[in-house]
Structures are given as structure tokens and as C-alpha cells.
Design a protein around this ligand. Sequence first.
Ligand code: HEM
Length: 447
Amino acid sequence: MTAAGRKAIQPPKDKFWGTITGHALSLKAGRLNYMYTCMKQYGDFLEMFIGKRRTLCVNDPEGIRYVLLDNAKNYPKNTPGYQLVSEVLGMGVFTDVGEDWRKGRRVIQPTFNPSKFDRYLKIVSQECESTLQRMQKELDSSAELNMSKFSTAYPLHVIGRSLFDETLEDSFLLISKNLTHLIDLTEKKMTYFTKFQTPAKKKLKADFDKTLGELDSEVARIIEREKKKEKNVTDNMVHALLESTENFSDEKILSQVKTMIFAGHETTANVLMWSFYFLAMHPEWQEKIFEEGKEKNFEYAGEADLAAFRSLDWFIKETMRMRPPAWSFGRIAIEDDTIHGEKVRKGDLISLSPFLIQHHPDYWERPEEFLPERFQKTPANYTFIPFGLGPRICMGERLAYLEMRVFLLNAVKNFKFSLCEKTAGVKINPQVSLRPNKDIILKVEKR
Ligand code: HEM
């Protein structure tokens, strides 16, 4: 239990309709903006309603630790939000709860063992090299590059090779396109607070079903191909699932693979896009990263050497502080409880937000400014949680750091990035993840 004595504050409900809608219309108008404004105005422990459904917004370190770590068993993931995500990904390690989740996590976990990271470093380095070559090739005919495109393709190729030992170029681009479209449609579904059928809803459902069908058959086709490969020749995530003694059904394997493709590239791609944007916005940080790289001859034999590029490390962390891809996620109370002395009723939703705690003015000085040097000091406990916390913490954190460090270091080694007109006025587009509202197109020069 957390220290008692605090009551959750309820911001004013929606104008005119509030008795019916609660806060739903304000959230629908812009979830992130509304939640951030409320935190600034009313504090970090709030009560909101979507219709009659009560949500506690817990955005202080002690409350976050309690829900995600100390009493995590009372707060599983089967929220309406995760149910919508599961309509795309199926029930895999990201969305499962209870024994199904434990089994999936146990089988997938060994693919992230430290012993695998020499292999991942090789994959990451090769994919980084090919991406830099592609960038160079495009630069022969244009001075501007779409860094959103490269930021998406690179982690997609990495996850393709770590999952299947193949680049699967065509399939993966198709899968990525369909996944992104489905996530956009899911975001739209999230804003439908009523059950009434409308022509717009029917159209959305038809689009959703068609895209999901295409995605599932493509992923199933790749899994079938993988099944035919000789055993013991490959040592990848899909083989771990196929050969597990848990005897996963085809449907479960499909969900696990879709989950890993989605979780393994969308988030990393988002951080890379924002990183390139911030590099262009802050040329002094490009130079710091470049100079430190030069001092060490841009050489690294493994993860530890990479982590020792301190300016790069602070830069990536500050990017994830300002733009955490998983900016908000939820839990549901399965038993009555109390948080900070406030009664939690069975069925209440709990909203947690890496974005909000990472902008909390009590823990972050000048929270809206991009100041990587702040990471010289370790942040206060539970105030920097881009990868979540507790038993459901991200499985891919190490792989993500490896990918981001290798790509950004080598990008800065080879190129200089600056803003151009097309990237003026880039804003956050908070959906399921935290993308920029338009492609990050930058002026790029060879060093
Ligand atoms: C910068 C990159 C990434 C960020 C910021 C990120 C963030 C997160 C967060 C916040 C969660 C927890 C969500 C919750 O508690 O509700 C999560 C879960 C997860 N992530 Fe990541 N992630 C990243 C990269 C990756 C990569 C590269 C992989 C795999 C290759 C991955 C696989 C997963 C999986 C499987 C889960 C579900 C774990 C579980 O529920 O047991 N992530 N991620």
C-alpha cells in the first residue's frame, strides 16, 4: 500500500454533456493534451470518467511503483485499450494475462539472453551499414532525405533477421504498412465511446477486417516457410516458439510473431525519427556526439563500449524522455484496493503515462526543454519509465538500445543533419505510439 492521505482530484466533467459522458469528450478532443493540461492544473493523481467507467490517473513515482511493481498482480493488462490492441496483434506476450502470458514470456525470454547479443550486434551493424549506404545513394540525387522512412526500415530489417534470420524485405514492408494502418484504425476505434452503429463505423470495420486478413496471411506464410527449415540450423525467436514444449497453437504463434514484429519496430522507429529531428534542431549535440565518437575512433566491440559514448547515451535518453513511444498505457483493478488512501473499486481503470511522469515539474527541471545533459545525474526512481516497469517491463529494451546507439552513432559519424522547410512545425501526433505528425525530412550532407 502507498502512504495514505491523498484524494484523487476530479477535473470538471465535459461541458453540457458531462453527466452522461464524464470526461470522454475532452479526452476525445486530444488525449495527451487534455491529460497533460489536467496534470499541470490539478496534479498527478486524478479521477476521470469515460461515461460511467472510473479511471484513476496515477502519475506520481510512488503510485506508479505500487501499480506496476508492488501490487502488479492486482492490476493486469486486460483493459479496453489492450483489448483493442489485441484485435490487431491477437493474444501474445504483449496482451495476454495470467498463465498464458507467463508461458509466452518464458519461451521468448531466452531469445533476449545476454549470450545472444553478439549475434544481434552483428545483425544490427550489418543493417546499419546497408541503411547508411541507401542514404548515401539517395543523396546522390537529392540533398534532402526522409529520415522517417530510414528510421522505420532499419529496425524492421533488424527484427526480421532476429526473428527469422531473413531480411524478408518485401513481406516486411507489406507487414509494416498493414500494421501501421491497423494501429491508425484502432486509434480511431478508441475514440468511439458509444455502441451505436454508424456508416462511418461500418466502413472502418470493413477496412480493418480486410487489412487484418492481409496481414495475417502474410505472417502465416512466413511462419510456414520457417517451419520447413531444418531444425538446429536456425537459432531465432520463431524457432523458440515453434519448438517449445508448450505446444503453442498456430493461432498463438501467429499472435506472438505479430507482437514481436510490432513491438520490435514501431517503438524503436519512433525514437529514431524524433532523434533525427532533435539532432537537426540541436546541431551542438551532433557535434558533441561526433567529437566523442572521434576520440574513441568510433570503435566498439560490444554493448558496454557503446554505452560508454556518454553524449550519445544522454541524447537518446532525453529523446525518450520527451517523446516516449509508449506514452500512455493502462491497467484494470481486479480486486478492491486503495492507492494513496483513495478507494479503488474492482473494475476501475488505472491510467499511467511515461510522458506525464517524464514531464512532471517536481522531478524534472524545465521539463519542456530538450536538455540531454540532465542525464549526467540518474533520474529519481520511477520518474523515467520509457520501457515500463515491473513484471510487464519491455522485453526488448537491450535490443532497442543496441539498435539506436549503433545507428545514431554511425549516422552522425557519416552525415550532418539540418532542418529544412518541409519539417517546419513538426508536432506530436499521439496515437497508440507517439509519432511526429509528418515525415521528418532533413537536409543531409556527407561529413
Ligand atoms: C525504444 C524502443 C522501445 C520502447 C520505448 C518500448 C516500450 C515498451 C513499454 C513501455 C512496454 C510496457 C507496456 C506496459 O507495461 O503496458 C513494452 C512492452 C513490451 N515490449 Fe517494448 N519497447 C521498445 C522496444 C521493444 C523491442 C525492440 C522489442 C522486441 C524486439 C519489444 C518488445 C516488447 C514486448 C514483447 C513487450 C511486452 C512485455 C510483457 O507484457 O510481458 N520492445 N515496451
